[in-house]
Design a protein around this ligand. Structure first.
Ligand SMILES: [Zn+2]
Length: 308
């Protein structure tokens, strides 16, 4: 049963209590972690066989604190300008999520803060697990990240995103067109930079007829790690496919979709409307890339026309 509780005081003690109850795993993603406060309980957890993984901001405060911590704790630091690391969440045993405004610092006790502790909401745990690993992927990908280009349309200075478009499959051989477009953030200029024809691509990438996918419908504490890994593998396989194709960083992946298919088929709409559903995005550019591009938006129409 899902159980949710909020706390506005005595937060440090409550967090430590939850950590003390961990049986399998602790994943912490916070800007600051004071190991004088949280170190002992984490070391005890490791001694009791609990896996502890930590992501923190890469700064002098953490460095000083964490350098004294037990080396068997897996710690990764996010180094980026602009305060990317603003997370304050923790997942315990894949079934308890602690989230809120509270930094895991000594100073946080002097502020008005909150946390929410949610138990047995496995869909919620799953989304935080994904976020945790996306942060970790970000850390490991920093060296391979290239600076984004600027839009090549004269007079447009916006940065461009490289978006991979998976075409729809049709016919006996599941033919599809797959392409990569440079789309600029400000004016939706779109320039096609690669295009290939494929057969049975989704099957080749293991994205259909995969019996493991059936597990996604009911996620539990027991299958959580496996399901999250499978889902992450699906994203990675498609991203790798596009990056191998173009030798560039891919910032988003999408597919052209009928947006009002039901209304159209039932006669409530005169025209079928199309758009591009973004099915994966780079964590850093999450807010800059929409979840959906609609037709009638600048050159986005050109992409849609090629896929309907
Ligand atoms: Zn542009």
């Amino acid at each position: 049963m899902i159980k949710t509780e909020s706390s506005f005081q005595d937060i440090e003690r409550k967090i430590i209590n939850e950590l003390r109850g961990a049986k399998k795993s602790i994943r912490i993603c916070v800007a600051w972690l004071n190991t004088d406060i949280y170190g002992p309980v984490l070391v005890d957890a490791i001694t009791n066989g609990v896996t502890v993984e930590i992501i923190v901001n890469d700064d002098a405060n953490n460095e000083k604190s964490i350098s004294a911590l037990n080396p068997s704790i897996k710690i990764e630091k996010v180094k980026v300008s602009g305060g990317l690391m603003h997370n304050k969440f923790c997942i315990i045993d894949e079934s308890i999520v602690i989230n809120g405004s509270y930094n895991w610092s000594n100073n946080a006790k002097n502020h008005l803060e909150n946390i929410v502790i949610i138990r047995n909401d496995f869909e919620l745990s799953r989304s935080f697990m994904h976020e945790f690993y996306l942060m970790r992927d970000y850390i490991t990908s920093i060296q391979n990240r290239k600076k984004r280009n600027s839009c090549s349309i004269s007079g447009c200075r916006f940065g461009v995103f490289n978006v991979g478009i998976l075409g729809r499959e049709s016919g006996q051989y599941c033919d599809s067109q797959v392409d990569i477009w440079e789309i600029c953030k400000g004016n939706d200029h779109a320039i096609k930079i690669r295009s290939v024809d494929e057969q049975h691509l989704l099957a080749q990438l293991g994205l259909i007829d995969n019996p493991n996918h059936e597990e996604y419908w009911e996620i539990t504490e027991e299958n959580m790690v496996e399901v999250v890994e499978l889902q992450r593998k699906d994203d990675q396989v498609v991203k790798d496919y596009f990056e191998t194709m173009c030798g560039l960083n891919i910032h988003a992946i999408g597919c052209v979709a009928e947006l009002n298919a039901n209304e159209f088929l039932e006669g409530y709409a005169n025209l079928m409307e199309y758009g591009i559903n973004i099915i994966w995005k780079d964590i850093v550019y999450r807010e800059s890339i929409p979840d959906q591009y609609l037709d009638g938006c600048g050159d986005i129409d050109d992409i849609i026309k090629e896929h309907i």
